[in-house]
Design a protein around this ligand. Structure first.
Ligand code: MF3
Ligand code: CO
Length: 248
């Protein structure tokens, strides 16, 4: 069952959403050559606690950190560590926040110093695919119109869409129904209605779409070692289209 939120509930979701956006913006400014992903994680946690909110991922199924920091061929769920960022890396930062009984969830992929044209192209296409998905998240459309919009952009640009991980409904739980795949057939899937809140999160690979989980039981990497990018927003379906709750 897909939970419909009242206007009041969506107002409540603005706070965790705003905190996600603010913290991602501040952490993004610190992404530079030589910084460790652990340092970024500590900063994110401090900023969240200072706002009287809680990191949503820390402790979720035993996940150890506030951020997911996924570098280069890492797709999602990279664990912050003493790894220093290097010139030419791309870094995906995913952040969830809990506040006022509700969750917000968003992700961005950023360049570290100067990056290749190829890497820049992948980042731009992934971001564009997210916004195409958001544009399709309107009442009266069907869920897989969103999925198809993401897929069309990413595959049209020559990239591939990760199959094994998906976006999700979000509210008083981090993950609610429905699952939001980043590929699908237009005109199919559940009818989208005003009051649905979705975390749309394309994970797009430079080469093949196959991924695997590494030995730490969290980090997801591309099987072929090619680069991967990830963008995410939490959006509420309103009567005038989707409203981004996690604006950066
Ligand atoms: N944005 C991801 C998701 O919605 C991040 C989850 S990380 C986890 O699944 F640690 F919480 F699992
Ligand atoms: Co998510």
């Amino acid at each position: 069952m897909i939970i419909i939120k009242s206007a009041k509930e969506i107002e409540m979701m603005r706070r965790p959403g705003r905190i996600v956006g603010e913290v991602l913006a501040e952490v993004s400014e610190k992404v530079k050559v030589g910084v460790t992903t652990q340092e970024l994680d500590a900063l994110a946690e401090e900023l969240i606690l200072r706002r009287g909110a809680k990191p949503a991922f820390k402790g979720y199924r035993g996940y150890p950190s506030t951020l997911c920091t996924s570098v280069n061929e890492e797709v999602v769920h990279g664990i912050p560590s003493r790894r220093k960022l290097r010139e030419g890396d791309i870094l995906s930062i995913d952040l969830g926040v809990f506040s006022q009984g509700y969750y917000g969830d968003a992700a961005v992929t950023l360049p570290v110093g100067n990056i290749s044209k190829e890497a820049q192209g992948l980042i731009e296409s992934t971001k564009r695919s997210l916004y195409k998905g958001i544009e399709a998240a309107v009442a009266g459309n069907r869920l897989y119109d969103v999925s198809f919009a993401v897929q069309k952009q990413a595959e049209g640009d020559g990239y591939s869409v990760v199959r094994d991980f998906v976006g999700h409904g979000i509210g008083t739980s981090l993950h609610e129904e429905p699952q939001v795949p980043n590929y699908g057939s237009p005109g199919k899937g559940p009818l989208l209605k005003v009051g649905m809140v979705l975390a749309i999160e394309p994970m797009i690979n430079m080469k093949g779409y196959d991924v695997r989980v590494t030995g730490d039981d969290w980090t997801v990497v591309t099987v072929d070692g090619s680069l991967s990018a990830h963008f995410e927003h939490t959006v509420a379906i309103g009567s005038n289209g989707a409203v981004i709750l996690t604006s950066i």
